[in-house]
Design a protein around this ligand. Sequence first.
Ligand SMILES: *Cc1c(COP(=O)(O)O)cnc(C)c1O
Length: 457
Amino acid sequence: MTLEKEGLGLLQEALARLEEGFDSLPKFDRSINIDALRPVLLEVADRMQDNYPYPHPLYVGQMLKPPTEIARLAYMLSLWINPNNHALDGGRASSAMEKEAVAEIAKMFGWGTHLGHLTSGGTMANLEGLWVAGNLQPNKKVVGSNQAHYAHARICGMLRIPFQSVPCDSRARMDVTALKKMLQEGDIGTVIVTLGTTATGSVDPLPEILKLQAEYGFRLHADTAYGGYFILADNLDAEARKAYDCLKKVDSIVVDPHKHGLQPYGCGCIIFKDPTVGKIYKHDSPFTYFSSEKLHLGEISFECSRPGSSAVALWATQRLLPLIPGGEFAGYLSKSRKAALTFFDKLQNDSRFVVAFPPELDIVIWVVKSQSASESSQLAQEIFKAAEKENLHLALANLPKKLFLQTGEGINWDQESITCLRSCLMKPEHLDWIDSIWQKLDLVTTQVLSMAVARAS
Ligand SMILES: *Cc1c(COP(=O)(O)O)cnc(C)c1O
């Protein structure tokens, strides 16, 4: 809480500077009754204690990462204006900052020209990407791997576009042979590639999928909500690197600044390679776009009112931590990946666990070695709960047995899926905490396994 406790002086300084811009207005100030706020705010503090400690390095569970200091300060600062990035009428400066910040994201992926904007999150961003795809490929199917985010099937349902899922290989990546078969049979208009699947951080083999595109002609939508920023990491394995290197060849990309981009929630992003897709969005609002002939972001976005403060926070973050290879921000991604590789190594060398495949990004999955898939799943849940008591916060994921067939020799597959333990090592601090994380995992695993032995005898 260093920022909140020590950084607020800086916020006051910046607020005074912001206020100077409005000096010509007659004096107006709302009086507030701090005493009335106190009990409510303290009640909020009490209520918020009922959370996992997301900012702490011992939280290695779900995809949660604290927003960076500059993002929080810029967000709070701009709340005094509370701009709305629907139209320039509601957020002139913050709309300009959104366009600049999104252009920097497009540039990170290798696009000089683009069309795009921020959204409330990856789901809305994917909705827009698939809506545009459906408009350009009418009456054709959308396909994505069975490890693609579950929202794609639901989005296609909303859009009344037929969706089909493509099987995965043993590393949870889209099986290209299976995709090829489907392309031969079907009327496929769009393929969703995921670079960084939500469960395992797997990277679909984009180079091979691009070869199929040359043969069969389809639109490519890349869901990199989680993994997009890893394009900046300098320690990807060769296959993942190749996939990221040709990411610029897809038609649309989704990335979530509120996942790896150090932003508070409410910040996703959709970008299109071809700016002319803007015409698909065309609509006439009778009441908004009057103050300027320039592009109002509401003219190219599904959501109308949108938080200008999100754009301001993102702009400020990218100003401080530019999205460039070799930069400080890029270093955070490389560190997360290194943490995952270090953790994976420890798991792989411990006979109590079975790993499936080395992490492609910073997400690690593993199972407990056991006689059967059901027993292993049970033990994973027990370790998950026991770890929480030791302040180590892991996650669980149900994954297909296919991922463990090679490494999990001797497991009796009495069920089709297995409950894995899962860790997202998203914070730069995680690398320094791997030993503490491991000690706790080691301790609770010993506890849980000895209890299991006692139960069995
Ligand atoms: C998180 C995620 C989404 C959904 O994004 P939200 O921001 O949670 O709406 C979509 N796709 C992938 C690959 C994700 O990891």
